[in-house]
Design a protein around this ligand. Structure first.
Ligand SMILES: *Cc1c(COP(=O)(O)O)cnc(C)c1O
Length: 381
């Protein structure tokens, strides 16, 4: 089965991991700080905190934003469940803002209207988490105008976005946000097997993120609540977690980061070929304006006339590993139990109904892609 997404590992990656295995430290050595510095350099953000998953990153980003039991966190329904679960981990309540069906990202008009409404009922959220769906950046400048106006902390879930650009800066620069969260799961732009990171330009957030990722423990005397007892001394000053990335994982991530631009170039070339070769089929394609700046985590089409399930099953039977992203979060049974229901977010639900993710990953060959295009032509015409 041709997968919809797949990591790309070469000998340099293997050697980087083996080197760590032969060294003194498997975790808490100097590779994690190197990886953090390299992520900051690449994205242009001032600080990076590596963690053991994107989900952990979202959790500590909410904690650093001081999300608590009486707070609301808003995100979008067409994302992976982690984008919303992180708020529930903090005891907060979750609500959603529907998407713009053209960009498939948060609808800025709807956000504006919802904030205006929320202000009347004292329901302005503490945090907004926007998702750069499929690798296309949200309109951060417009979104930040709104979050600044209403005093909302803005977090970018850039699990799809590493390597993509917005206004000549890399996604992750945090130019228009407080924090950006990355994931290094194997289907994402680069992988550390499991792993993630939180980027920020703000020193106070950086300090809090570092604490929450490491048990809330500090060895920095200037942060301690009383005098240090000596060189061995540490203090726990927050309730943190063990969300550390290991040096083993960081070595893989660091080695992968060297190849990120090459991976993105390959993804963009594949996306352009899909865009050209599928143009005459009854499909809604991604926006052409995103071809040169998306990280192309996913290439998603919407069927205009055909039954999605039937096409999905036909393609799978032909060994083409199509997928669907995502079942709207608010329609998951867990979220329906919180009071959400079908019809609440019609644009996200409409997108889900006809959406299909086509295979796209850096090592996909032109031959493999031609096969996908040929079969699509055959079954859709
Ligand atoms: C993958 C993903 C996550 C979670 O990342 P993990 O590293 O798997 O924990 C969060 N949000 C989005 C949009 C994702 O695609």
């Amino acid at each position: 089965m041709l997968p919809y997404g797949k990591h790309s590992i070469d000998n340099n990656d293997v050697e980087a991991v083996v080197d760590v295995l032969k060294n003194q430290f498997l975790t808490q050595g100097d590779i994690v700080p190197q990886f953090e510095q390299a992520l900051a350099n690449y994205t242009g953000a001032k600080y990076a905190v590596a963690v053991n998953s994107g989900t952990s990153g979202l959790h500590i980003a909410c904690l650093a934003a001081e999300v608590g039991a009486s707070d609301w966190v808003w995100t979008v329904p067409n994302s992976f469940v982690a984008s919303a679960n992180c708020a529930l981990y903090c005891g907060a309540s979750v609500d959603f803002v529907d998407i713009d069906p053209r960009t498939r990202n948060i609808d800025v008009q709807k956000l504006s209207a919802k904030l205006e409404q929320a202000k009347l009922t004292n329901g302005v959220p503490k945090v907004l988490i926007v998702v750069h769906f499929s690798g296309v950046s949200c309109d951060m400048q417009e979104i930040q105008k709104l979050t600044n106006q209403y005093g909302v902390t803005l977090i970018e879930d850039a699990a799809h976005g590493l390597g993509g650009e917005y206004q000549n800066a890399k996604i992750g620069s945090c130019q228009y946000s407080d924090m950006t969260v990355l994931s290094f799961h194997p289907v994402k732009s680069i992988t550390s097997a499991e792993g993630g990171a939180v980027l920020t330009n703000q020193s106070v957030l950086f300090r809090q993120l570092s604490l929450f990722a490491k048990h809330g423990v500090t060895r920095d005397p200037s942060l301690m609540k009383s005098d240090s007892h000596g060189p061995w001394y540490y203090q726990q000053i927050e309730l943190g977690y063990n969300y550390r990335l290991s040096d083993l994982h960081a070595a893989l991530g660091l080695s992968q980061l060297n190849k990120l631009d090459n991976f993105i170039a390959k993804r963009r070339a594949l996306a352009k070929r899909y865009q050209t070769n599928l143009a005459n089929l009854p499909l809604t394609l991604p926006l052409g304006s995103s071809l040169n700046n998306s990280a192309w985590h996913l290439y998603m089409v919407e069927l205009q006339q055909h039954d999605r399930r039937q096409i999905f099953e036909t393609l799978r039977a032909r060994h083409i590993g199509v997928n669907v992203h995502y079942i709207p979060i608010h329609l998951q049974p867990f979220y329906q139990n919180l009071g959400f229901k079908a019809g609440d977010f019609p644009a996200a639900e409409g997108f889900y109904k006809n959406a299909l993710t086509l295979p796209l990953f850096p090592d996909m060959t032109e031959q493999q892609q031609e096969h996908v295009i040929d079969v699509l032509n055959e079954v859709l015409q």
